[in-house]
Design a protein around this ligand. Sequence first.
Ligand SMILES: [Zn+2]
Ligand SMILES: [Zn+2]
Ligand SMILES: [Zn+2]
Ligand SMILES: [Zn+2]
Ligand SMILES: [Zn+2]
Ligand SMILES: [Zn+2]
Ligand SMILES: [Zn+2]
Length: 325
Amino acid sequence: MARRKATAEELRRLNKAREFKRKRNMLKAAGAGPDKGEDVCAICDDGGDLTCCEGCCQRAFHLDNKHNCIKTLGLTIEEAKNIIEKEDFVCKNCQYKQHQCFVCGSLGSSDDTSSQPEVFQCEHDDCARFYHPKCVAQMLYPDNHHSQELFELQVAAGERFSCPMHECIVCMEVENKNDKSMQFAVCRRCPTVYHRKCLPSDILFKPKKGPKGAMRRAWKNMLPGRILIFCMKHEIVRKLQTPARNHIIFPEANVLKTFQAAPMEQDMPEQKEAPDHSLPVQIHSPPPPAASDQNQCCCSSPFDSFAPSSLFMHPHPGSCGWLDD
Ligand SMILES: [Zn+2]
Ligand SMILES: [Zn+2]
Ligand SMILES: [Zn+2]
Ligand SMILES: [Zn+2]
Ligand SMILES: [Zn+2]
Ligand SMILES: [Zn+2]
Ligand SMILES: [Zn+2]
């Protein structure tokens, strides 16, 4: 397929990504770079004693017996202890090269040695999120059908890409950890990122009083130099203080509904659950992916790009065949 000239918007993004990388490398050289692995547990979003996956996902998990997370991992207390001692934890997603898309949540092959990898990892090595080409393209170019198609093809062809976690969804500017107002507030459940100054007022740092009061959605001290949030797309489960914890899928089973009322059908020794997990919690299915024209051609809608309209000429009105010539 012939490559089109990049649009002005695409060049702008590319330059921003390069600038981001340059700045980050400078920070790393100065010894201020991020350590390997995330600072909160991939399952319960809490900090504490975490074990990092030695695979490529960079996620951290609670393998201790104080949290309920080993259940979700399908490990017994003994198995978890052994893994902690050996320091060789590799999660099932990394073991089987099956990772979840951070937009739609479904599993896909991330095996880039196979003929058909389905999900691709963001180029920022401290990000490590995986995406379906279509899902990430829709998030980055919601209003520009043709940039979307081009980007999807590039990602699917294995080209390096920068995911939506690296610019503010409101002002499109990058992160600056040294300027408090320009610190990032990052959603734990989807690729939504705001500057502190751009954070919507309904993402609260303190819950509103009363049994029906709005729940807290933002935490200042969980991530170094960043704010941890659950954005408005995710319903907060009152008893958990987080969205439902059915968001992690491992390759062997489907969603492991750890917090279901029904008893688990596995030979695990009886164990006391952490207090906030002790009551059965209704499992909410994840919200549908952002509204999109996934299966519809929107060629007739106005373009929002700065690029000359000649770049968007169609061989036939309303067709998408322009990429093939
Ligand atoms: Zn945990
Ligand atoms: Zn992993
Ligand atoms: Zn997806
Ligand atoms: Zn990323
Ligand atoms: Zn912003
Ligand atoms: Zn979110
Ligand atoms: Zn089209």
